[in-house]
Design a protein around this ligand. Structure first.
Ligand code: ZN
Length: 320
């Protein structure tokens, strides 16, 4: 299952995507889990809102008399930057259409939201963007770009595509936020996900000569790499360990994202960084697809099957 990111994982993901993050005091333990008796997760997507107001960061943290805070996971000011507000369940989505949730989970086109028969606060991360939402109040480029980075950071951390992103107006009948086009927004998230996150770009070597204009441009940073031996260790360790045991989060998430992309693994099980029994079973299916059988299709990655998985999906290359 896609376990919600911890506060530490969330911060790392947002910063790796290139965001400057402001932390609201207390955000790491601010949530509605205890008050409602319902825990946040497994998570299936991210939801975009506008606040329909201005100067409402504290309102989003504290809530209103009729709706206790937190009202989102992050608040994005018009000029005040991105603030983390909550970690856990937040009151942002409310009653939503179960058909839309299921489409988000499966990364399928979203059907029209015509009922509110599920609780979106169980399963969705929420971003509140400071904007009047009247169609006249502009979103400065810098603000909009940060919203794209926020959504991309969470999708990347879970191995999701832009199809895991929705606007509030797409999931709850009667809602109008956000006041920009969500297909455009998803296209921008897709573009961002196709780039390397800032933090993983290789650092320039201190001993390399100073760049010269006559030198050819350095090769573009390649695809993410999965270390075969570390992945094999994760596949042998995680299933027998305590649930959610994580040995090699980055490599496991990339492998799971590839298995999801090819239809061997349900998205619900991907993205928590643990190479559990469900992932083993999914990987074994991929091995059988390649023609392996018996002990050669035991769900433990091998060099050839993993390289083919990375090549076929275009998601990673393998280092042995
Ligand atoms: Zn909303």
């Amino acid at each position: 299952m896609a376990t919600p990111l911890t506060a530490t994982q969330m911060l790392a993901a947002l910063k790796a995507e290139g965001l400057t993050v402001h932390e609201h005091a207390g955000w790491k333990t601010h949530n509605r889990d205890a008050a409602t008796g319902r825990s946040f997760g497994p998570v299936i997507g991210v939801l975009i809102h506008h606040t329909a107001g201005h100067g409402d960061r504290e309102l989003c943290y504290n809530g209103r008399s009729d709706l206790p805070g937190p009202l989102c996971h992050a608040w994005l000011g018009k000029t005040d930057g991105l603030w983390t507000i909550a970690n856990g369940r937040a009151n942002h989505a409310g009653g939503v259409d179960l058909d839309v949730l299921n489409a988000l989970r499966a990364e399928k086109p979203l059907p029209v939201d015509n009922q509110a028969n599920a609780d979106g606060n169980d399963v969705l991360y929420g971003l509140e963007i400071e904007n009047l939402g009247d169609g006249k109040d502009p979103y400065p480029d810098a603000q909009y770009d940060q919203a794209v980075l926020w959504a991309a950071a969470i999708c990347r951390a879970h191995g999701w595509s832009e199809k895991s992103v929705a606007g509030h107006k797409e999931v709850q009948p009667g809602k109008v936020d956000p006041s920009f086009d969500m297909d455009d927004f998803r296209a921008d998230v897709k573009k961002q996900l196709a780039t390397e996150p800032a933090k993983t770009a290789p650092a320039p070597s201190k001993t390399s000569p100073a760049p010269s204009k006559t030198h050819p441009a350095p090769p573009k940073a390649g695809k993410p790499r999965v270390d075969l031996s570390r992945l094999v260790q994760a596949a042998k360790t995680d299933p027998g360990a305590k649930q959610g045991h994580v040995s090699y989060m980055a490599g496991t998430n990339l492998t799971e994202a590839a298995l999801v992309k090819l239809g061997y693994l349900a998205k619900t099980y991907a993205g928590d960084g643990s190479f559990g029994t469900t992932t083993i079973a999914a990987y074994a299916k991929w091995q059988r697809h390649l023609g392996y059988s018996g002990a050669e299709a035991d769900g433990i990655p091998g060099k050839i099957s993993l390289s083919k998985l990375g090549d076929t999906t275009g998601l990673f290359t393998v280092v042995a």
